[in-house]
Design a protein around this ligand. Structure first.
Ligand code: ATP
Ligand code: MG
Length: 384
């Protein structure tokens, strides 16, 4: 249905006297025969001309020529044919120039498999033999590989990411260009590297991505250790899990700021590392209480990926969680003021200890989570 909406967009642009075609990842994935989440359209019409054709549009990146068209049902990105000007900072062109020819637009694209276009009726425009490269399962730079990576160093990490997603190899000339320019990866914003790594974590062949980072020597210019063998068994659908595993493999505090990780990623990774550490001696009831189930699952999976012996099954995590008499500290039937009243003492460090002891007594089922019973437990057992 996304293709249908996009076809209607192309038709309207053509009716207004311009060219429009499918480009980029959607064409690549169509040829490979796998689903793609977004369909991009390239056109000879200028952004202002696109805005005149459609009643509902949003400027999402008009300086790059991209307009989001809304009025065909689904949001569709329409980008004017363009060439990129000079690249002086190895990351973005100094200026983009809108052009009227598709050929020029395809020439600026990174890899042959990403430089194909498809007309509304399904004709493929393939000036760089992208289909042949897809059949050979190779990632090949469009044009002069070194020049292309000189222009934009992000393309080096994109090559790695695509090889992890598709299981393709990097063609020899393209590979040696990356090897010789690997240190230029330092010019790429860490946020962009973060975004590409997210895609590697959830890819089909993450170990291949890591192996390629080593092989290209890009790994030498990125923080952390990259050892493909560590990633052989790793598989996830959640990028958070990838960051947690990467952190467990290189526990270094500076890691999170270096890779511009979010607070959520940092907290999750640290908890997973902690829970993973405790797994060696076996988790206690307090661990099941303290850690979220996703943290426990991830720590467990990490132990398996690292081929560490675990004495229980993964399903047991859920059972142990479900068996807990309470799930949060707030659910404890007593509070600090109850204990102060029973002890007839002023608050102090003893209070925190007493509450922790009560929590443990409830969790280990020595006493029910009931105020009266906890009072008895406090007088008879805890206070002595
Ligand atoms: P995905 O399926 O992950 O979205 P994609 O190939 O669509 O992959 P995008 O980042 O969405 O990747 O980019 C769309 C298209 O724009 C690419 O297929 C490619 O033709 C071009 N492109 C994107 N980034 C670059 C770049 N850094 N250098 C050259 N061309 C690029
Ligand atoms: Mg895309």
């Amino acid at each position: 249905m996304m293709w249908e909406a996009a076809k209607r967009v192309i038709e309207k642009i053509e009716q207004a006297g311009f060219e429009a075609v499918f480009v980029g990842g959607a064409v690549r994935d169509f040829i490979i025969g796998q689903p793609n989440h977004d369909v991009d359209i390239a056109t000879s019409a200028l952004p202002s001309e696109i805005k005149a054709i459609f009643s509902e549009t949003i400027d999402v990146g008009i300086e790059h020529g991209t307009v989001l068209v809304l009025d065909e049902g689904e949001p569709i990105e329409v980008t004017t044919y363009r060439t990129d000007g000079l690249y002086t900072d190895h990351r973005r062109p100094d200026a983009v120039t809108f052009v009227r020819s598709l050929d020029e637009d395809l020439a600026r694209r990174d890899f042959t498999m990403n430089a194909m276009a498809m007309t509304r009726s399904g004709a493929i425009i393939d000036l760089y033999n992208g289909q042949e490269d897809i059949n050979k399962k190779v990632i090949r730079a469009v044009g002069h590989a070194e020049k292309r990576f000189q222009e934009d160093a992000l393309r080096m990490i994109r090559a790695i990411r695509f090889s992890a997603q598709l299981g393709f190899t990097i063609e020899a000339t393209t590979l040696s260009a990356i090897k010789s320019l690997a240190e230029q990866i330092q010019y790429v914003a860490k946020e962009r590297i973060h975004a590409e790594f997210n895609k590697v974590w959830i890819s089909r062949f993450p170990a291949q991505g890591i192996a390629m980072l080593e092989q290209t020597t890009l790994s030498h210019f990125l923080q952390g250790s990259f050892t493909a063998a560590d990633w052989e068994k790793f598989q996830t659908t959640n990028p958070l899990v990838g960051w947690a595993y990467f952190y467990v493999l290189n526990e270094q505090e500076s890691f999170f700021s270096n890779y511009k990780c979010s607070n959520k990623e940092k907290i999750f990774a640290k908890q997973v590392a902690e829970a993973h550490g405790k797994l060696q001696e076996g988790w206690q009831v307090l661990d099941y209480f303290h850690y979220d189930i996703d943290v426990l699952y991830t720590a467990y999976d990490i132990a398996r990926w690292r081929e560490q012996a675990i004495a229980f099954s993964r399903d047991e995590i859920e059972t142990r969680k479900a068996e807990l008499p309470i799930a949060t500290t707030q659910q404890l039937a007593i509070s600090g003021s109850d204990v102060i009243e029973w002890a007839q003492k002023k608050g102090g460090p003893w209070l925190k200890e007493a509450l922790a002891a009560a929590l443990l007594a409830v969790l280990t089922k020595q006493v029910e989570n009931d105020k009266e019973q906890l009072k008895e437990w406090f007088h008879d057992i805890y206070k002595g």
